[in-house]
Design a protein around this ligand. Structure first.
Ligand code: CTP
Ligand code: MN
Ligand code: MN
Ligand code: MN
Length: 414
């Protein structure tokens, strides 16, 4: 028999939303390489290229085993000529020259450093690089006026570029839940984004807030933000009001991928407390508000919970006993937090839209448009053939409307 007969040929459906993509990745070398090229294209304002590499990487992530030869890839979707060449180079020589030279290029390194500043996107970074600014020092020396977000981003640069651990996300969840419930007792907080997909770390922590009565969410964001602010939890926040109802183009035709919920991009002050003694047992946090679950004696602005091996304390104040802290050690760190408020009638769509991954979301919308003649957003699903909105109160119903098998959050890691 020929060698060919022993080759395992992989087969996957072409849309990422038709596939189950767990965090278990058997081809990290290949997906890291393709993701780097995707990132470089994205930072260079080449969206088409970026999406092509992301789709190729997502296909490799979904494979049930490690790829050892290109013959195994026959018939796989989304692998263009360019992606296949990168994969082939790595399989045959151990590396891709294009990936290695991109990684080491001054341009890529500068784009990474500059867009690593919260509030700085690829366009701004590009402009600065053209002026010869490649480092934070050069940016500071340039005398450029930074906006409020960028100033905060620069100030907390190291913290914000350090991954957020699940235990830290849980500590912040408890603070957010308390703040929300204290201003609106029936309101509910759900952890979304990468942590809902089971990721062990993230670049931020995402929350979706709603109220079981329609309209009960009105005015909620400003109250929550005021409360968190008065407690000293926010190092930075920018709240954007809901622009869904007032926009004229309607939910079926969003102006961009951006949804129009009331949202708050913030930087939280997360206290760590390695040395502090007698915490209560870990408070379960997660999808529902764990109201008033603090131990007796916790002040309202504090919650102490177990998080893996670490003990974390989120505090509104700078202070707390300093005796146990090593000199020069800051007892807190900055963490990016996104808050979104949705009316209950749109909650399922908002939940689906804010759980990600970004590619999974993009593929859901592409599937809806190209295969079902429907328009999906984080607000609604519109059937263009029937000229009507399709209601849903759960993610399961949305998948069913779309004619897709339900994929749970932990399998949306495309
Ligand atoms: N999202 C969005 N509009 C934005 C920003 C994000 O709809 N302006 C959605 C994304 O589509 C994604 C979710 O919010 O589904 C979470 O985005 P983000 O926090 O950027 O990504 P995560 O998947 O959570 O990854 P990470 O762990 O790096 O935070
Ligand atoms: Mn496996
Ligand atoms: Mn996130
Ligand atoms: Mn986010």
């Amino acid at each position: 028999r020929t060698d060919d007969a022993e080759v395992v040929v992989f087969c996957v459906p072409s849309y990422a939303c038709q596939r189950r993509t767990t965090l278990e990745n058997h081809n990290t070398i290949l997906t890291d390489a393709l993701s780097l090229l995707a990132e470089n294209a994205e930072l260079s304002d080449q969206e088409g290229r970026s999406v092509a590499f992301r789709r190729a990487a997502a296909v490799m992530k979904a494979l049930p085993g490690a790829v050892t030869g290109v013959t195994q890839l026959r018939g796989l979707p989304c692998l263009g000529e360019h992606s296949l060449r990168v994969i082939k180079d790595i399989l045959e020589t151990g590396a891709s020259a294009e990936v290695e030279s991109t990684k080491q290029s001054e341009r890529y390194k500068a784009l990474k450093v500059l867009t690593g500043i919260f509030g700085v996107g690829p366009k701004t970074a590009e402009r600065w690089i053209r002026e010869g600014i490649h480092t934070l020092q050069q940016l500071q020396d340039s005398g450029h006026t930074l906006n409020r977000a960028q100033q905060a981003g620069l100030q907390h640069y190291d913290d914000l570029n350090q991954p957020v651990a699940k235990a830290e996300a849980d500590a912040i969840a408890e603070v957010v839940e308390r703040a929300v419930v204290s201003v609106s007792p029936g309101a509910q907080v759900t952890l979304t984004g990468g942590f809902r997909r089971g990721k062990p770390t993230g670049h931020d922590v995402d929350f979706l807030i709603t109220h079981p009565e329609e309209g009960g969410e009105d005015g909620l964001m400003s109250k929550v933000v005021s409360r968190l602010e008065s407690q000293g939890f926010l190092l930075y926040q920018k709240t954007t009001r809901n622009s869904y109802l007032e926009s004229k183009d309607g939910p079926a035709r969003p102006a961009s991928n951006m949804d129009r919920f009331e949202r708050c991009f913030s930087i939280f002050k997360l206290h760590e407390d390695e040395g502090r003694g007698t915490g209560h047992p870990g408070t379960p946090t997660g999808n529902t508000a764990a109201a008033n679950s603090g131990s007796p004696g916790d002040s309202d602005s504090r919650s102490q919970i177990h998080g893996g091996e670490q003990r974390l304390l989120v505090s509104g104040e700078d202070g707390g006993p300093e005796e146990t802290k090593p000199a020069g050690h800051r007892p807190w760190r900055a963490v990016r937090v996104d808050l979104v408020v949705s009316p209950i009638s749109q909650f399922a769509f908002a939940l689906l839209g804010w759980t990600g991954s970004k590619l999974f979301e993009r593929e859901l919308r592409r599937w809806a448009g190209h295969e079902k003649t429907m328009s999906l957003s984080s607000h609604a699903l519109y059937d263009n053939k029937q000229s009507r909105y399709l209601r849903a109160t759960s993610e399961q119903e949305i998948f069913a409307h779309l004619g897709l098998e339900f994929i749970p959050p932990s399998e949306r890691n495309a």
